[in-house]
Structures are given as C-alpha cells and as structure tokens.
Design a protein around this ligand. Sequence first.
Ligand SMILES: [Zn+2]
Ligand SMILES: [Zn+2]
Length: 125
Amino acid sequence: MFLMDLLKRCHTCNHEHASIDSQYAYCPDCGELIENEWFITRCACCGIKQKAVIKNGVIMPEANYCRNCGGDEYIIEKLEKINFIDINYAVLVKTVVQEEPPMDDVTQCWEEKSLNIPKLLQLFK
Ligand SMILES: [Zn+2]
Ligand SMILES: [Zn+2]
C-alpha cells in the first residue's frame, strides 16, 4: 500500500518547489529530476511575441488573436535560456527527465536510423 501511495504522489506532483534557477533541478517533493523548459508563442503571421499560457496542458497564446495583425495562427518556440524580457511572455514547463537509456538501446536507435536512409533513397530512384 505504501508503494501505491508513493507512486500516486509522484504522479500528481507538480514539482512546484523544484528550483527554476537552473535548467535541471531535483524536485524536493518527489525526488524526480526536473528539466525546466521555457516556451513562448509567436504569431505565425507577423512573428510578434505573444504571452504564452498553458490551457488543458497545451501551450497557447493568452490572446485569441494577435494584437498586431489579428491572426489566430501561432507557433510555439522553446527558449534555450530565459531572460528578464522573455519571462513576461514565457510559460515554464517542468518535465521529468527519465533515466538515460542503456547504451544498447541508443546503439539500436542509431542502427535503425541508418537503415532507413538507404530504403528511402531506393524509393526515389
Ligand atoms: Zn515533484
Ligand atoms: Zn500577428
């Protein structure tokens, strides 16, 4: 029962106490390694920055329409680094970093990729 409770708690942890000062931080509540990712949204039409919000787990602009051109299409841009200008526009997504896969899996992944390339080339010939 204890394990079940623990898993449940991990699953529902929002990691709100994890530090956001660095890109990676351990959550003090559940012990998961958290990656802080900042996203902004831009108008797909004119490229102006729009304040991003998360609604139902989806990143989207706060405004329905672009204040500059009235467009409703947008793109999501991941920021490599947060700065004091972008922080007003950005949303923070805390992603749990999974353990790195074993070396064997990584090799397999690369093999599959390299095998796919010749097949694709053959199709075009
Ligand atoms: Zn947590
Ligand atoms: Zn626009």
